[in-house]
Unconditional design. Sequence first.
Length: 315
Amino acid sequence: MAVNWTNPYENACDFKFKGSLHTHTPNPASRCGSVPIGELAGIYKRMGLSFMAVTNHNYLTDLAGESSPGFCVLPGIEIDIATKRHFGVVHADASKIHYDPKASQQELIDRNVSAGALVTLHHPDWQLREHYTIDELLSLNGYDGIEIYNSIVERLDGSPLSTAKWDRLLASGRRVLGFANQDFHELCDASFCCNAAACADNSASSIFAALKAGRFYCHNGVSILKLGRNGDVVRVATANAKLIRFVGPGGVVLKKVKGVSAEFEFLPDSPANFYVRVECLGEGEEISFSQPFFRCAAAEPVESVNSLTLRLASL
């Protein structure tokens, strides 16, 4: 289930299974969710979603019998480190998820990743003093990705969007995935912000494998039909995009195309595009995001974010 960083969407098609990996439900230990699992699953299913992960704070919820035909409920947990630096751990098998309140964040990341779990750092830009500074993100290692969009923060302090920090991580040489989650607490938090996975079916094992391998895009209104790479050319086709942006190191927009489809060609002699990711913008606030495509499979020389930004500015 390793990510193919040169083309995360190799052999992928039909991103028809959508879901959120950050959901809170009523639980005496968590005390932040208000809607029972079965009721929430029914709401999501009527909205067209296919899965969710239950991630109550510092508590692994018993999900026996909660999945139903057409809807998968994945086990998970949101771990809090000294009330800050929340992160999610999700797996198809609950027995592979590890939590120890005495362990450090890095120890918990290492142990869960070693067990094959999916580890995501949550809402980096929540609160006025952001939840994770870029230095804090860089100080941790081994996690699968970060939330690049957390829709609940639309009604809280801070910013729901964290693509700037994602680009700084990618530009520094980190290869991390981007996730879009709802962080559901109340009925008003239900939205179409989700992860659209390309997998054979909506079984726990199939969905989890696609997420772990990066075969999904972050959906927030624009439906992506095809994503992929042929040689040095990255192509995207959508149902309803108005503008497509190809974004490179440091958040630099390398190319913009008006329309529902577009392509981008890597230039091997250009330091400005050792990776590219795709943003598809639609009507109003609609926007969906691809995972990054790296030019080469092998890691390229890592530069500091500052030095890379200065060099890009001189091009």
